[in-house]
Design a protein around this ligand. Structure first.
Ligand code: FES
Length: 131
């Protein structure tokens, strides 16, 4: 049975993303991907992006992480889809935390996985284009 989150600790939006993660799963035809690990806790995230005409047209993720990292990763895949590369790169951990209506103080660091992974995947794509 899935872990139940306390509404006293987590927002309804975060709980919704955790219980029904958007764009969860691998993307076999991704143009770029990135794998990041949080050195503090060891949680990890792999993000997959597909691009067309300078924009992210699809995003998905695989997570081995806490509820906060799963929820912010889920939100991140929604937020970057349709965005230009610059816009996707510009999102910060705070933007992803805000997208789930905030994180508990002890979980503030968890949204760094999504921000780092998106930036690394975009950077990988840019590097491919200039290779
Ligand atoms: Fe590790 Fe949240 S506790 S990312």
């Amino acid at each position: 049975m899935a872990e139940r989150l306390s509404p006293e600790q987590y927002s309804a939006t975060l709980i919704d993303h955790f219980e029904r993660p958007r764009n969860a799963g691998a993307m076999p035809d991704a143009d770029a991907e990135a794998f990041v690990t949080n050195p503090v806790c060891g949680d990890s995230l792999r993000i997959f992006l597909r691009f067309a005409e300078g924009r992210v047209i699809a995003a998905s993720f695989l997570s081995s992480g806490c509820p906060a990292s799963i929820a912010t990763s889920s939100a991140a895949t929604e937020m970057v889809t349709g965005r230009t590369l610059d816009e996707a790169e510009a999102f910060t951990r705070d933007d992803y935390a805000a997208a789930v209506d905030g994180l508990p103080t002890s979980k503030v660091h968890c949204s760094v996985l999504a921000a780092s992974a998106v930036r690394q995947a975009v950077a990988a794509w840019r590097a491919k284009q200039t290779a």
